[in-house]
Design a protein around this ligand. Sequence first.
Ligand code: SF4
Length: 386
Amino acid sequence: MTTAFDLLADRILSGGAATTDDALAVLRTADAELMSVVAAAGRLRREHFGNTVKVNYLVNLKSGLCPENCNYCSQALGSQAPVLKYSWLSKDETLAQAGAGLRGGATRVCMVSSGRGPSERDIDKVVEMTSALKDAHEGVEVCACLGLLKGGQAERLKAAGVDAYNHNINTAESNHDNIVQTHTYEDRVDTIGKAKDAGLSPCSGLIAGLGETDEQLVEALFALRELDADSIPVNFLMPFDGTPYENTWELSPTRCVKILAMARFVCPDKEIRIAGGREMHLRTLQATALHVANSIFLGDYLTSEGQDALADLEMLRDNGFVILGMDQGAFDELIEEHRAKVAGRAVGGCGSACGSSCSDACGGHDEPDSPVIRRRGAGTDVAANA
Ligand code: SF4
């Protein structure tokens, strides 16, 4: 049976574009029709990305201590979330953390720092780190995410070999002032423009679950289409205790899949990345979501733990995907290496809230109720989850 979503996919594959009404219809589909949406959006995913998944790895260069008040952020001014707080990692520590992610299967390293925006000295540090990273790992892609850029900074990053710059719009312009008051939506768009003008690949996405309406989610997606972001990270709010969004739960797993499918219909040939909140919100639908999205973060997030890196990779293989840039044999070998590594230690966190670091005593969790604060990887003496 041909569904309305198949017809939408046909239209897009023939060069048409999704309208705001199409996007709203995807978002408001009954759960009983979820697989029709996934099947149709999956045709667009396959057309542009085949069975590949881009694997990215986050390195939090500077954690917490931010003067901005983004209400959703565990690192924000006023946040009481007990996240790791540290100033800039050294170049060697950055190399070590990034290397763990690359050995773990990632091809892009996303170097992130908290703060309103970088100083020229901060840019010096990232320039040095990028150059060392590129020397040590041939072909590595580097994305920087350092906040609001000032004139000339994007050009310096580009000259150093940085490939992409991430700066999320986060939400619709019409909702922006409800989620942060220390900078404006225009500030964010300005930085994305500076990155693009300097020749950096623009990476910009959103956070769902911030009290936005369906129309505002659609507004945000169409703004990203207009901005022509190459990569679109779709985050699902992780409501950290100690932040204004503590105990805010607006999302269901099916809703998250529909949001990702909407992103695919609106931006069919762009990298749609399932970002923060993947485990806690998609739960058993993570693999289903990969049939419309084509990119994930491996392992942990900036301030919270993700599921074990091996679980990420096995999920990809179990569902017939391979890591972008890796053939099946190399992917199989990578998984065996991870299994051997895991056999030699207790398995890491599962993205839930039990606080046990998921030792052998952990029997798994049905429904996490708050993010698990990251206590390993960057800024700690504990091995990274990669
Ligand atoms: S999102 Fe970035 S700018 Fe906003 S509070 Fe968090 S670290 Fe600071």
